[in-house]
Design a protein around this ligand. Structure first.
Ligand SMILES: Nc1ncnc2c1ncn2[C@@H]1O[C@H](COP(=O)(O)OP(=O)(O)OP(=O)(O)O)[C@@H](O)[C@H]1O
Ligand SMILES: [Mg+2]
Length: 328
């Protein structure tokens, strides 16, 4: 069982999730931990290309098609010592549309991998599958660019993940209560929502606060062009706390660099050979991620997952309309 699972998401396509995931995985492997990097981008996998790894064997999708019975069977070596990869299949139409039980199976297998650390690239978008893969991890990294469109999507992504966690394991009556209090309205603040609910259901608020304080999310900036832009990253973290009541410390950032761009075509993450400022930035981020005590975060997550029967969860993953209809 991995001692820590780190997911990399961010909503927007092309912000550098895969670049950050691949380089962090290399940094952690170079720090002496055994790392499995999982290409969880179900629609458009390309981590194998970043390491110039062939995929003659089964991929992550083999678990869905039952070609393999254990995710371990999809593991391939990379040129980096201590680092292996679970590649994904390329852009197969419909490949991202895995069922609820396939997703549960994937998460179960990821959590059972025989390694020290797992790094999951969850891919783009805010679909339930992406959000659930993101929140399946102990430590959750949101990659964003200091650009309005990326900030917007990163916020929407985190909001989706946070509200999904908040609504998870709530009974129909509790969901109705949350909806009546304003729910996920765009202008709603989590603090106001909880304030509106607390007089009716103190224990629900306490449970939600525990989930929020153990959310375990972090921001990493990418494609920064100028030092001045890094202030925007800190402002985003403040805004997130303001609206979602979740702390998301900024772990660091990468500047936009030609060498980073070229490393993709070179088939090797820069962390494996560069000794520059980008490499140091990634190493610092890796150090923090390795030093955090994940036990309380994992305990909170397990408690949340255990508190709900699988069938209820399945209802909750259907479109929100149904949850509302249920409670009507
Ligand atoms: N710091 C950087 N400096 C220069 N170029 C970068 C940097 N980060 C990423 N890029 C460029 O952006 C491209 C997209 O990055 P990447 O594939 O990591 O994005 P992504 O978020 O994983 O995208 P997708 O959502 O499509 O999976 C890279 O191929 C690289 O050329
Ligand atoms: Mg990617």
């Amino acid at each position: 069982v991995p001692s820590r699972i780190i997911s990399i998401g961010g909503g927007k396509g092309g912000v550098g999730k895969s670049v950050v995931a691949a380089n962090l995985a290399v940094a952690i492997a170079r720090a002496g931990r055994r790392v499995v990097l999982v290409d969880g981008d179900l629609g458009a996998a390309n981590l194998h290309t970043m390491f110039r790894v062939d995929r003659p064997g089964p991929t992550l999708q083999g678990l869905m098609t039952k070609r393999i019975s254990s995710l371990e069977d999809a593991i391939v070596r990379t040129p980096v010592e201590n680092l292996t990869l679970i590649p994904g299949s390329g852009a197969v139409a419909g490949a991202a549309n895995i069922t609820y039980s396939q997703k549960q199976k994937l998460i179960r297998h990821i959590r059972a991998l025989k390694t020290d650390v797992v790094v999951i690239d969850v891919g783009a978008g805010v679909s339930h599958n992406v959000l659930d893969l993101f929140t399946a991890a102990d430590l959750r990294v949101v990659v964003l660019n200091p650009q309005l469109t990326s900030i917007q999507n990163a916020y929407a992504f985190l909001k989706g993940a946070v509200y999904r966690t908040v609504r998870m394991c709530s009974s129909p009556a509790e969901l109705a209560l949350l909806d009546a209090a304003g729910g996920e309205r765009d202008t709603a603040r989590m603090a106001d929502l909880l304030k509106a609910v607390v007089s009716t259901d103190v224990s629900l608020v306490a449970a939600i606060e525990r989930r929020l304080s153990h959310f375990g999310a972090f921001l990493v900036g990418n494609q920064v062009y100028h030092q001045d832009e890094t202030g925007a990253l800190l402002a985003v973290a403040r805004m997130i706390f303001d609206f979602l009541s979740v702390r998301t410390p900024v772990l660091g950032w990468l500047f936009a660099k030609r060498v980073i761009h070229e490393s993709v075509n070179n088939g090797m993450p820069f962390q494996a050979y560069a000794r520059d400022e980008s490499a140091r930035a990634i190493m610092e981020i890796a150090k923090v991620l390795l030093s955090i005590d994940v036990a309380p975060l994992r305990a909170a997550r397990v408690a949340l997952e255990d508190s709900i029967a699988d069938e209820d969860l399945e209802v909750e993953t259907r479109p929100r309309l149904q949850a509302t209809a249920l409670s009507a």
